[in-house]
Write a protein that binds this ligand. Structure first.
Ligand SMILES: [Zn+2]
Length: 244
């Protein structure tokens, strides 16, 4: 039936109807319920993001899937006397971490500083070797020269310290996609998913992260856990631990 309709109506009308259906679906979208581990409330999500790639945002604390994933890990983390460096910090996560005032030091960092956020270039970090127990770096590596950034993060983390990393990953790609011919925002969005991404990671990034001095853990919530906590299916948190 569907195919019969598709065959017999003019293409322009078909495209119009398909667009109308997309709009109708958006209007009738049922907000998903989940437990947000950032604000620790049962909540409803709403859609935000760079259309057409959308994400579910908590209507209470405005956290997205990636922040809920980090907060799940941090709920079990012992903050006592720890020094923390947080790149591109989100308000909901700052609030979450500040509930744990037992930390020693908490530095907010970004290439674009504000009154509270210190200017730090992740590819050329001013801090000494072995300074931090915990580094949070969510959705930064795809915006920078990640080889330089990873080298710097590994340098400033203490032995037994942990670096939490999230980034877009195409799990079915072996290699990371780079392309020097891609220069415009329009093309970067088409090739790397967002106008300000410089590359799109394949599984190669996992080899790039782990070496003799570091072990890499990959945490990927499965099945109903994603629904319960409002986490994107297949999204992973990488934890890089310095052994020596
Ligand atoms: Zn929330």
């Amino acid at each position: 039936m569907k195919n019969l309709i598709k065959k017999n109506i003019p293409k322009s009308l078909l495209i119009f109807i398909q667009n109308l259906l997309l709009f109708w679906r958006l209007l009738n979208y049922k907000k998903p319920k989940f437990f947000c581990t950032v604000c620790e409330k049962n909540t409803y999500g709403y859609l935000t993001g760079f259309f057409p790639k959308l994400t579910i945002t908590c209507s209470n604390c405005l956290s997205e899937s990636k922040q809920r994933l980090i907060s799940q890990y941090l709920k079990k983390y012992n903050f006592k006397d720890k020094s923390i460096l947080h790149f591109a910090p989100e308000n909901c996560m700052i609030e979450f971490i500040n509930k744990n005032k037992i930390y020693n030091e908490y530095i907010l960092a970004d290439i674009n500083p504000t009154k509270e956020i210190k200017k730090v270039d992740i590819t050329n970090i001013e801090f000494q070797n072995n300074t931090f127990d915990l580094i949070i770096c969510s959705h930064v590596l795809e915006h920078v020269n990640e080889k330089k950034a990873i080298k710097e993060l590994k340098r400033i983390i203490k032995i037994n310290g942990s670096i939490l990393l999230l980034f877009p990953l195409i799990d079915s790609w072996d290699k990371t996609y780079r392309n020097d011919n891609i220069k415009s925002n329009y093309d970067r969005e088409r090739h790397f998913l967002q106008h300000d991404h410089l590359q799109l990671f394949g599984r190669e990034i996992e080899k790039e992260l782990s070496d003799d001095n570091f072990s890499l853990k990959k945490i990927t919530p499965f099945g109903k856990e994603c629904v319960k906590y409002g986490i994107n299916q297949g999204e992973s948190l990488f934890v890089l631990e310095k052994n020596k």
